[in-house]
Design a protein around this ligand. Structure first.
Ligand code: SF4
Length: 316
């Protein structure tokens, strides 16, 4: 039985249920990489070109670790998704991920298992069938596994009341939360691979909770909301952030917004500015932008959060 490794980073936070179910249906064992730690980051930083964002560096660190443990490492290429006739793209770094991994680990090319999702040119099923075919699985068997995996994904989605949350697949460590009843709510907007990775985000959610403020995070994969946000951008996962900010302001009555991004992210400057104009300026809500990289420190983060929490309380 082949063992396939999936990195606990980037879009695993969105699609882990589907990917895992697909490989397990094929009878393969799936290993999820361990949580990000200092060693993962150091290894990723050493391997990656300096201009890459931190989440991609972390991904590379996790791939390096998985290559020591498994037969194959799964690397998706998320090019394009279609929503009711319109096409939305992944971030350029997510599109180039398999090329990047092969360039960095040239000796391991044969162990990189690529999945192409590009709804401009093919149904997802075709991408999954090709991925499995690379390991000698016949078409019929791969199609069956894909159908079962889609069912598993739909079932997982049904259990969630407010839309799927990556915390279901990747429960963060205990938040040590003191519920901030009446003391304020902060909407936290950012890619799940930043917010839910406690090492990258320096335990941001726990820190907010310790200030007796409730962090509120939008769900993921809520396609109607993403489509509603539709015309603003052509980047699928970035539209999700705009949709999430709108939803929090509309439904969760947050007292402020925290935008969480990575240094060297190519899309964040555009997305954050759109959210600032669309949501923060229109509603008058205070907004704080946090940029994380491998040099970020807890003390600076805590100071900024404390000031933001004071601002929010002073407005109540
Ligand atoms: S969206 Fe930004 S943070 Fe995410 S992979 Fe792309 S460049 Fe990196």
């Amino acid at each position: 039985m082949a063992v396939v490794g999936i990195a606990r980073s980037l879009h695993s936070y969105h699609h882990f249920t589907l990917w895992r179910a697909f490989f397990e249906e094929l009878g393969w064992q799936v290993v999820l990489s361990s949580r990000t730690d200092r060693q993962t980051v150091e290894q990723g930083v050493k391997l990656a070109p300096a201009e890459l964002c931190l989440p991609v560096k972390v991904f590379l660190g996790q791939v390096a670790r998985l290559l020591e443990q498994v037969d194959y490492v799964f690397v998706p290429r998320l090019v394009c998704r279609r929503l009711k006739g319109d096409f939305y793209f992944g971030c350029p770094k997510a599109i180039a991920l398999p090329d990047l991994v092969r360039a960095i680990f040239p000796e391991q090319k044969g162990r990189i298992l690529e999945l192409v999702i590009d709804q401009q040119i093919q149904r997802d099923e075709v991408g999954f069938v090709r991925c499995a075919k690379a390991l000698g699985v016949d078409r019929q068997c791969a199609q069956g596994a894909f159908q079962q995996a889609k069912k598993a994904e739909a079932e997982a989605g049904k259990l969630r009341v407010h839309g799927p949350s990556p915390a279901d697949c990747f429960p963060p460590e205990r938040l040590n939360s003191k519920p901030g009843a009446g003391r304020g709510k902060i909407g936290v907007i950012g890619h799940p691979y930043l917010i839910y990775d406690e090492h990258i985000s320096l335990n941001l959610l726990r820190m907010i909770a310790e200030l007796e403020i409730e962090p509120v995070i939008p769900g993921i994969g809520e396609e109607e909301l993403i489509q509603e946000a539709g015309r603003a951008l052509n980047w699928y996962y970035e539209l999700e952030l705009i949709a999430g900010a709108r939803k929090l302001v509309r439904e969760a009555q947050v007292d402020g917004l925290l935008l969480v991004s990575s240094f060297a992210c190519g899309t964040a400057p555009v997305v954050n500015e759109l959210i600032r104009r669309e949501v923060a300026v229109r509603t008058g809500l205070p907004m704080l932008t946090l940029l994380f990289d491998e040099h970020s420190g807890e003390t600076g983060l805590r100071t900024r959060l404390e000031s933001f929490a004071d601002l929010i309380r002073s407005r109540k």
